[in-house]
Design a protein around this ligand. Sequence first.
Ligand SMILES: [Zn+2]
Length: 339
Amino acid sequence: MKRIWVGAVVVLAGVFPASMADAVPIDAAVKKCLEKSVGKSATRSIERAKKLTAKQQRSVDACKRSTAPTTTIPTLPPGTEPIYDLDPALSAADVAKIKEWTTLAITGHQKVFGVQVSTFTNNISRDPVWIANRDCRRHFWTTCVADRTNLFKTNWAMAGCGPSPVQLECYHVANLALFQGEDYLLLKTFVHEVHHIVQYQTHKDYEAGRAPSNTVRGDGPHWLFEGLAEWSAYYIVSDLGRTTMDATRADWRPWAARIPKALSGFETFGGRESFVNLYTLYALAVDELMKLNGNTPKSIITYYQLLGEKNPWPTAFQRAFGMTVQDFYVHFERVRPRS
Ligand SMILES: [Zn+2]
């Protein structure tokens, strides 16, 4: 029987299209840069524009690049460095970015959540066939390379832990060719994927991902484990000063408002249907959960630890977040954005 591995791996499906990234407001540094490069009146029209012309967009992008905060990349403690099994065809600039984003994802989790991410393998390329060949060393099903090649033609990245043919292994697999957008959004994608590794390394339910797509996984509903990864990624990227949670919420809300289905309908992988930018709704749900819970992000790690102590997910949810998931569903439907 063919077994689809939706499991030890989690597909990142909700990434902003370029137009969404443009909705990020122009900050003071970018405004100053624009005034210098295009003049005050052209800057005013950029600020007022509902949609930027290609020329305006280029000016804004150039200023965003030149004013982007530079972050000192910390060094990782010995023995915790990730393994970089990368496509040799990647450029030195690609490899440098991969290492920067990965390191910031790991140190961000240390700082914000107090967790040490254990070693994991990065298989990253711009070629879906290279990725599929690497990734399929872990899996036995016969159509793996064809399936994975197709998957990575459209899916940016996935990560998790699972039993490989020889040992338990955690990994992040990504197609860098699809990484287009502002640097902080690309960094966010890496942090999201590393958060999935944190989930597995903390709850230790390495079979969670093998659940059929019409059932709720052992580590919780689809909206929750993806929402936690997405929310945590933005929280860490905000902590690094690359964006703010307020700007992020403003980006999430209009997308989430277009999704008419109740949050409780997104407990299974199959429940996703074909909604666009679904993770905005998931992340807003987690944002609300954090708000109700006294803004204590460490409760997220508590949730994974409670799962690791073999509590069923609804029990872990109630103990970590202070309410039943049913009560949360009722509350969230009252406060969520709607179009
Ligand atoms: Zn994900």
